[in-house]
Design a protein around this ligand. Sequence first.
Ligand code: OSB
Ligand code: MG
Length: 368
Amino acid sequence: MMYIKKARLSIISMPLKKPFSTHLGVVKNREAIIVELIDQDGVAGFGETVAFSSPWYTEETVKTAFHIQKDFLLPKLMEQPVEHPRDLTNVFSFIRRNEMAKSGVETALWDLYSKRMGKPLSESLGGTRNEVLAGAVVATQSINEALRQIEQFSTSGYERIKIKISPENDIEFLKAIRKVFPDVPLMVDANSAYTLQDIEHLRTLDEFNLIMIEQPLRVTDIVEHAKLQKQLQTPICLDESITSVHDVKSAIQLGSCQVVNIKVGRVGGLQNAKQIHDLCVENEIAVWCGGMIEFGISKAHSIAIASLPGFSIPGDLSSSNHYWEEDIIEPLIEMKNGKIVVPNGPGLGFSLNLKRMKEITLYKEEFV
Ligand code: OSB
Ligand code: MG
């Protein structure tokens, strides 16, 4: 049994090395909540809440997640001991949605559990890979900057490049990119920039030999994505539309996608992420691990889940220094030859850099 005796929520803030720009806006600074859980034996587990400062990507924010964690999730967990982190999905089911808030706490419990068992988190989750495939994201409104970044990322070894697009820039960007890099493994992410009205326009993207198009339509357009997929050669990948195992079941039934982007935070934690992985493998839907411009704790959880056998496509998994001058973990995460090694120490296999945490913590609260 894990009796959580103490919990700590730290709101941190760090500037990105370079702005991350999509049609929805620009991220220049990243806030997040680091969750620490400590059990009856003093074993500590760490999680990261990946909601943004504003609700541009999902409806949650750092403040809403802090509220849900402080006032609902932590009190519940501290009054009700659990034997295994998989039990948390049920324990937290009295709270509707708020998946990133739940995930911050649930992932910390997985780390704690794995440390108690003395085994790597990847092993607790059923991971089989020793290394995961790394990919980089290009998020800029300038073609020259995009070309420069693609050059840099592909020569440093990233296995695939993802570029953010919208109807305003897609054709122009892709023409320029394919002229210089005809063979680079390339995919696009639209973050819901299109509607079904754009079907003819979207069909013109088929000629660019894209690995997939991620989330072309709106979050709730599960039926519309199925209509679109029937008319597109390029595989559709769903990101924002998938927040639960049930969403994946609907998407499979309707034929809304051929690929699913699994983000631990967006689906409420590692247990749901694992179940979505299993369901996709069973139904021959490809999966990969999505990124959230996150810090090292969340990256470490992503590496652990991406070690499951179904994660056969490179994810948004990058080095610590991809977004950060100095990440919050030790050792730092490093991509080498397009891969990131899955650590074999107990739990996450990374620890917090306390000096760095101190520099970037805005606010901290402890619960006993
Ligand atoms: O849509 O996949 C997305 C980052 C923040 C919010 C949404 C998305 C992203 C990314 C991943 O594209 C970037 C990364 O972490 O490397
Ligand atoms: Mg996406």
